[in-house]
Design a protein around this ligand. Sequence first.
Ligand code: PSV
Ligand code: MN
Length: 388
Amino acid sequence: MTVTFESIAPHLAEQAIELPSWAFGNSGTRFKVFGTPGTPRTPQEKIADAAQVNKYTLLAPKVALHIPWDKVDDYSALSAFADDHGVKLGTVNSNTFQNDDYKFGSLTHTDAAVRQKAIDHHFECIDIMHKTGSRDLKIWLADGTNYPGQGDIRGRQDRLNDSLQKIYLALGDEQRLVLEYKFFEPAFYHTDVPDWGTSYAQVVSLGDRASVCLDTGHHAPGTNIEFIVMQLLRLGKLGSFDFNSRFYADDDLIVGAADPFQLFRIIFEVVRGGGLNNPDVAFMLDQCHNVEDKIPGQIRSVLNVQEMTARALLVDSVALKAAQDAGDVLGANGILMDAFYTDVRADLAAWRESRGLAGDPMAAYAASGYQATIAAERVGGVQAGWGA
Ligand code: PSV
Ligand code: MN
């Protein structure tokens, strides 16, 4: 049996990938942040740029906010602005990593007053979520230590749990908390949520509406990420993805750029585990475009996810199971590889055209003149970037 493109197209039509507002701002390394003509100065301009990605792909109907970077006076007006541009506001990301008080930790700090300040920040995020209609609160912590003995790593874990309980209890009935893990950086000896197991242990103790956020860039080289995807789906605790790719550390490069085969394997396990187009598993990007134009960088990213989703859906799962059950090692591997090596680009282009889109969204965006328009119009003001 061969799986046809026609049979998988309905699944592709349902796919939705949330974009990070910060991808449209300037970013860089600790060496240099390069500005780009046309970079947004306001949350509204970031949303307008994100809407371009959806316009050419129909893949990106939501924009995630980062607080305080995307703070505005009127969140209802911001939601209405997003609506007018054909997108919705999505996940709210908290930020406890850019304030001097958090030098030695935020939700894990030994000082109850600092912990309360970090908890209050999350209460503020939850208030904003009520106004924007956002469902998910995403927590990534920079908490950790640089030297053995610097902190009581067990005490920090206990305080983290206590702080998370307070935040979880403040969520609305329809809201969720997703806890992201990262094995190092900015702390270099230990981080307080380094791996999926720690995130899982923490969120399980909170309740049903807490789950794990898996950022693909937050693993040591060689980690079998698709195994983690499988396990979290199996346990019902994969709440969201932050997609990006990495060559070395937390590079935040375009998803699928460094290792398309890894992205294929991850999405294959998502499909296998029932996580595709499942509202419980949010697909998000978490990327920074340091040297390339940001809007086409995001367009390329969602197209990469779409392409690997198509290939993963083309796996002949019936034949694969038969080969696996028969102990046909090379046959099973061959079935998976056949799907991975299938070039779906022409089928995808034709299918996009059948839906009223340009077959090549990258070319259509480039021809639209939007980049030149924003470069000409957005003169003056302060360009948004990490920290603004
Ligand atoms: C920092 O590593 C980070 O990239 C995390 O992955 C968060 O998701 C993101 O920043 C936004 O806070
Ligand atoms: Mn992330």
